[in-house]
Design a binder for this molecule. Structure first.
Ligand SMILES: CCCCCCCC/C=C\C/C=C/C(=O)SCCNC(=O)CCNC(=O)[C@H](O)C(C)(C)COP(=O)(O)OP(=O)(O)OC[C@H]1O[C@@H](n2cnc3c(N)ncnc32)[C@H](O)[C@@H]1OP(=O)(O)O
Length: 243
């Protein structure tokens, strides 16, 4: 699955919906057993959630958007397919969440390709299920520091803290993901799927039990004047970079 939403693969409502539909199609076709998730945007895996969806819109839109973000995470996190990410670019916040939801992560060795949950740098916070997904991957202490500081880890550090499983030269990222896949596909499917569910269901259940409350919390939080201002300032900084 090659993500293509130029220029930065930001996860707009339309793009989230496309990803969701693609994933559902693959999951319902018995011929498919695995997905390699990668990017078609040079140097960028994903810039995360689309800030334009969270800025200057109305509460109904925020609720619809957040429901789609929840849906995509639940679908990826609990997918019965083997999902491996071949991370071939910088990967922030919501994009990093997608990669963390995979079963295995290969990252291209380029110091520009940092990844992490950098929400605090925007003046916002990672929701509890983003946090839980990170904790499940790197452990509590590393996650606490990474989340508070909004750290984006370059490849060597991402590997060292366990945010990714392998770092390879940039031209080998897809072949390394394919080689890894062979090991996962050699395991009897039902046993691997049940084990994945055993490991992940408690984390997913937390959100499933509180979905509506989580949407309401998001809408209240994102609608605050101070948060809207912080997002506008961040977007402005991104644009000023060019001048
Ligand atoms: C009480 C508790 C309640 C809980 C509430 C929880 C609330 C939590 C809410 C949300 C969680 C948020 C998750 C996220 O994912 S937020 C997004 C975080 N992403 C980032 O910080 C990355 C930002 N982007 C960049 O750093 C760079 O763009 C880059 C490194 C990815 C690429 O750099 P470069 O190649 O130089 O491109 P440009 O910066 O020039 O960007 C091109 C173009 O794209 C626009 N853009 C970039 N990122 C985004 C984005 N995430 N959304 C929308 N648009 C984006 C950028 O502004 C440029 O636009 P242009 O000037 O018009 O061309």
């Amino acid at each position: 699955m090659k993500m293509r939403n130029p220029p930065v693969n930001s996860l707009s409502l339309e793009f989230l919906t496309e990803l969701l539909i693609s994933l559902e199609k693959l999951e319902s076709d018995k011929a498919f057993h695995a997905i390699i998730l990668t990017s078609d945007c040079p140097g960028i895996f994903s810039a995360g959630l689309d800030l334009m969806e969270m800025c200057g819109r109305d509460p109904t839109h925020y609720a619809e958007y957040w429901k789609a973000v929840q849906e995509l995470w639940l679908r990826f996190y609990l997918s019965h397919l083997v999902v491996i990410s071949a991370i071939n670019g910088v990967n922030a916040a919501g994009g990093c969440l997608l990669a963390l939801s995979c079963d295995y992560r290969v990252l291209a060795d380029n110091p520009k390709y940092a990844m992490g949950l950098n929400e605090t740098l925007l003046g916002i916070i990672a929701p509890f299920w983003f946090k839980d997904t990170l904790v499940n991957t790197v452990g509590h202490r590393t996650a606490e520091r990474a989340l508070q500081l909004g750290l984006l880890f370059p490849p060597a550090e991402a590997l060292q803290v366990g945010m990714v499983d392998k770092v390879v030269p940039e031209d080998q990222v897809l072949s390394a993901a394919r080689s890894e896949l062979a090991q996962w596909l050699a395991i009897p499917g039902h046993a691997r799927q049940l084990t994945k569910s055993l490991m992940r269901k408690p984390t997913a259940d937390r959100l499933l039990k509180e979905r509506d409350a989580d949407i309401q919390n998001f809408v209240r939080f994102i609608s605050r004047d101070a948060i809207q201002k912080a997002l506008r300032v961040y977007l402005e900084k991104l644009k000023q970079k060019k001048t």
